[in-house]
Design a protein around this ligand. Structure first.
Ligand SMILES: [Zn+2]
Length: 235
């Protein structure tokens, strides 16, 4: 059984009593634990610890002992400061604190942004499509809508479902100064970089420009005679 497949230990300690909201995020098939996997993951927690001044060694020593309990409005993180190793009690850096979901959301956005590589994109068949090349040679369709981008990769659909499971995280995604509600995914942010946007507002502006340019080109392709140009002035 792949029970521990998604760093789930921190989410499923048998000696800890999790909140009801946390329990509601746990599913029989743990590949459906989207919010726990994508938002409240050990990877995101490590980045938060780093931001709070933990050294790489302190994180390494403690992260296996983390308990991550997700409440409706915030997250509780606990790492013990005493552990037994080879029969010996040793002291490590510990923590016990509540964390805003906004912090987890912004770490997810930052991590997707830093992994986004516009050079892995190529034009699709239409002006509102880009193709993203995966590491294993597979391809994903990145579709540019006026107010959002979607992607056909697994991470995108998982992250989308993660936010669907967690309304407060979704609220923080809307308030996030970069994402402004856009589901974060490395291919989507690659598309932003590709067309020159760093926030959703900028993306919307770039999208309109891209559309206008494409429409003009299309009009010219179908009606290249200059005397007919006035018919398309509204475009
Ligand atoms: Zn993607």
């Amino acid at each position: 059984m792949p029970a521990q497949k998604f760093s789930a230990k921190a989410h499923t300690r048998t000696d800890y009593n999790y909140s009801n909201f946390h329990k509601s995020l746990l599913h029989e098939n743990n590949s459906e634990d989207y919010a726990l996997r994508h938002l409240y993951s050990l990877e995101n927690t490590k980045v938060l610890l780093e931001k709070w001044g933990w050294s790489a060694d302190q994180i390494k020593a403690g992260i296996d002992y983390a308990t991550i309990d997700v409440y409706k409005n915030f997250v509780y993180l606990h790492i013990t400061n005493k552990v037994t190793k080879r029969g010996e009690l040793i002291k490590i850096r510990g923590i016990s604190r509540f964390i805003s979901k906004a912090d987890f959301v912004s770490v997810l956005v930052e991590r997707c942004w830093s992994k986004a590589d516009p050079y892995k994109l190529q034009p699709g068949d239409n002006w509102d499509e880009l193709i993203a090349r995966g590491n294993t040679g597979d391809f994903y369709e990145v579709k540019l809508y006026q107010y959002e981008i979607t992607c056909t990769c697994h991470a995108y659909s998982g992250i989308e479902k993660a936010f669907a499971q967690d309304p407060v995280a979704t609220k923080h995604l809307m308030l996030n100064p970069v994402a402004q509600g856009q589901i974060p995914d490395k291919h989507i942010f690659a598309a932003w970089k590709y067309i020159g946007a760093e926030t959703l507002r900028q993306y919307e502006y770039c999208w309109l420009e891209r559309k206008e340019t494409a429409m003009k080109e299309q009009a010219w392709q179908f009606n290249p005679e200059p005397e007919r140009e006035s018919e398309f002035a509204d475009w």
